[in-house]
Design a protein around this ligand. Structure first.
Ligand code: SF4
Length: 312
């Protein structure tokens, strides 16, 4: 399925996801990736998934109705690797007035074709997790064709010409990029980019690497205060848990919805309950069946129980 959700997102309310890329096809292999290790690390842009198919799926999904606050290009990898991104965004704009967001790691913004391709989006949320090349290599493990300098220059140039909104996401990992020295290196870069907002985040779901440790609430708030002091007026938002209302499930086949959701990210019982608009007791029955049939597994991570898909 190229279109998924709507799922409650901590950042965008009820977000209908559009997946333009095969699973874990990405320019980076971030330590914290909740989708697991990158299986296809590439900078090759092409029509990975037929553009017409994506737009057909979206048209069908929109006919189902229900609350959708944003249509979000994100999903299983780096969405700007899709060479038809401009046609996809234009196609969405022809179908609906719901605003379009693009969640991107930002590494391809050095390419003018990618910057042009995103021009009609309403919101672009790129990431910056490092203030220097060493941390960039350690945290984001980029494709060898990507340089830190090129990445930063692309971000700066994109923000300069883009007429929509830019929110910058910074993912902090305990003991790796959350110190005042690293934050001090990031701050001038962020000021050059000049986003409308900085969103400070930390790992919550099981990440790709056990090296990626979450910051506690106090440490995240401390980092937020440091960055705010350095950013001279750019707002810093420390992201909290999603607190949206439950919604009606849009499909009757709950098992299929659970599989679909877990195929994209690990989730707690609470996540699934909020996403599907069903009581936890109801969800747990389906999870029991899926666990017994070997499709899903429960794992413990930092005191929380997550459900993950068993692949292969
Ligand atoms: S977190 Fe995003 S950018 Fe990083 S490896 Fe995962 S999909 Fe790619």
């Amino acid at each position: 399925m190229k279109v998924f959700g709507p799922v409650p997102s901590r950042r965008l309310g009820y977000s209908l996801g559009v997946d333009t890329i095969p699973f874990k096809t990405c320019t980076l292999d971030c330590l914290y990736c909740q989708l697991g290790p990158t299986t296809a690390k590439t900078i090759q842009r092409k029509e990975y998934v037929p553009t017409a198919g994506i737009l057909n799926d979206l048209e069908e999904k929109l006919k189902e109705g229900g609350r959708i606050d944003w249509i979000t290009l994100s999903g299983s990898g780096e969405p700007t690797l899709h060479s038809g991104i401009v046609e996809i965004i234009k196609g969405i704009k022809n179908l609906t007035e719901i605003p379009v967001a693009v969640l991107t790691n930002g590494t391809l913004l050095a390419d003018p074709a990618v910057r042009d391709g995103l021009a009609e989006a309403d919101l672009v949320v790129p990431s910056l997790d490092a203030g220097c090349v060493e941390t960039f290599l350690r945290v984001n493990r980029p494709h060898q064709g990507i340089t830190f300098e090129g990445f930063i220059n692309g971000l700066v140039e994109f923000s300069r010409v883009f007429r929509g909104r830019v929110w910058l996401e910074v993912m902090l990992l305990a003991g790796i990029n959350d110190g005042s020295e690293e934050l001090g290196l990031m701050a001038p870069i962020i000021r050059r980019i000049g986003p409308e907002l900085v969103q400070l985040n930390t790992v919550e779901r099981p990440p790709a690497s056990s090296e990626a440790l979450a910051l506690g609430e106090d440490d995240l708030n401390r980092a937020g205060r440091i960055l705010k002091g350095l950013l001279q007026g750019i707002p810093v938002d420390v992201i909290g848990e999603f607190k949206g209302n439950k919604r009606e499930a849009l499909k009757s086949d709950v098992s299929e919805l659970i599989i679909d959701y877990l195929g994209r990210r690990p989730a707690t019982l609470e996540d699934l309950s909020a996403t599907l608009g069903l009581h936890k007791n109801e969800i747990i029955k389906y999870l029991g069946q899926l666990t017994r049939s070997g499709k899903v597994e429960r794992i413990a991570e930092k005191g929380k129980q997550y459900y993950v898909i068993l692949r292969g």
